[in-house]
Write a protein that binds this ligand. Structure first.
Ligand code: FE2
Length: 141
């Protein structure tokens, strides 16, 4: 099982964004653990529901910052968020209909975990560079 242990190269420097990304990675690891430890469908559903809720909260907060700092790429970035939220929602439906499958586990790793790491390293780094250019103090912890 692949785990998404926090890596310093994922740190954008923005305190709120980084702390929420850490929480998200922990939620993904909890989901993977529930799957691989055969914790059962209910427990996997609980961890997936938590990931769903926390994703919505995090993206909301990130989009609020984008508005606050007039981020020029906001529409694109929002579309990435929409797509990811749909991936998580579809996964809940898949879990309910088909149960825990190898395919589901594979999707958590690639379409959730790898996707998020990639999104952080490209899109969120771009966003934080913009915030920093507008307000360097925003990055001070
Ligand atoms: Fe983002």
């Amino acid at each position: 099982m692949k785990e998404f242990n926090w890596d310093r190269t994922w740190e954008t420097g923005h305190p709120l964004i980084d702390s929420q990304h850490k929480q998200l990675m922990e939620a993904i690891n909890a989901l993977l653990q529930a799957i691989y430890q055969n914790a059962g469908k209910d427990e996997v559903k609980n961890t997936l529901d938590f990931l769903n809720d926390y994703t919505i909260k995090h993206f909301f907060d990130e989009e609020r910052l984008q508005k606050k700092y007039n981020y020029p790429d906001i529409e694109n970035h929002k579309q990435y968020h929409q797509a990811f939220k749909k991936t998580v929602r579809d996964m809940i439906v898949e879990l309910i209909n088909r149960g825990i499958t190898d395919e589901l586990a594979e999707k958590v790793q690639s379409s959730i975990g790898d996707w998020l790491v990639n999104h952080i390293k490209i899109q969120d780094f771009k966003l934080v560079a913009h915030i920093k250019s507008q307000d360097p103090e925003a990055l001070v912890k």
